[in-house]
Design a protein around this ligand. Structure first.
Ligand code: MN3
Length: 233
């Protein structure tokens, strides 16, 4: 099994003006594609790992031979996180969560506004390359929390389930915002996909293992029909 680059679920320009088409094109077609290619290449010599999903590899690094472990951690992580990230945004974003997720955010952060401040502050403080997450603890009554990870690590590696994610690597914003990561974080709310977050929140209401059984499909999901995606010549 070769790991495959999923298609974007919308046009490269669909998140304009908040995220520009050139950034989306480079980010998906070059950055994400390179993680997939490098993951396949890192696994070439290890046929016993060829049937494993990227998520399985990330969560079972101790079973990956040491010579390939760092490459697998970085590139399986890059593949899993970007696959989540494309779906964490939508051109038809509602602007705010609804239903049980909205209630849980109010319970755990005080208000939606307070959550947004916490998320943006945490994202701004990530040193170097990393990610900012809304994640759900498996213990502690399934509390929501803001997490940050370095490189391409994922909260699941600490047993927390990702609900919403933003990429704060410079490649996610530098063309449009240069060094102003705070501007990117502020504008990003306009495309945050609360419908997807609500689906993930609902799915997280189980043990981590159960929740992630459905997640294998995330990375290996069949691509959306090409007619929905404008491909460059
Ligand atoms: Mn990225």
């Amino acid at each position: 099994m070769k790991h495959m680059l999923p298609l974007l679920p919308y046009d490269y320009a669909a998140l304009e003006p908040h995220i520009d088409a050139q950034t989306m094109t480079l980010h998906h077609d070059q950055h994400h594609a390179s993680y997939v290619a490098n993951l396949n290449s890192a696994l070439e010599k290890y046929p016993e790992l060829h049937d494993r999903t990227a998520l399985w590899l990330l969560l079972n690094l101790s079973k990956v031979p040491q010579t390939a472990r760092t490459a697998v951690r970085n590139n399986a992580g890059g593949h899993v996180n970007h696959s989540l990230f494309w779906r964490a945004m939508s051109p038809a974003a509602s602007g705010a969560p609804a239903g049980p997720l909205a209630d849980a955010i109010k319970r755990d952060f005080g208000s939606f506004e307070q959550f947004k401040v916490r998320f943006a502050e945490a994202g701004a403080k990530v040193f170097g390359s990393g990610w900012v997450w809304l994640a759900r603890a498996q213990q502690d009554g399934g509390r929501l929390q803001v997490d940050t990870t370095s490189g391409h690590d994922n909260p699941l590696m600490q047993g927390r389930f990702p609900i919403l994610v933003n990429d704060v690597w410079e490649h996610a914003y530098y063309l449009k915002h240069e060094n102003r990561r705070g501007d990117y974080l502020k504008g990003w709310w306009a495309v945050a996909n609360w419908e997807e977050a609500a689906r993930r929140f609902e799915r997280s209401d189980h043990s981590a293992a159960q929740a992630w059984e459905g997640e294998g499909g995330l990375v290996a999901a069949p691509p959306v029909p090409r007619s929905r995606v404008v491909l460059r010549a």
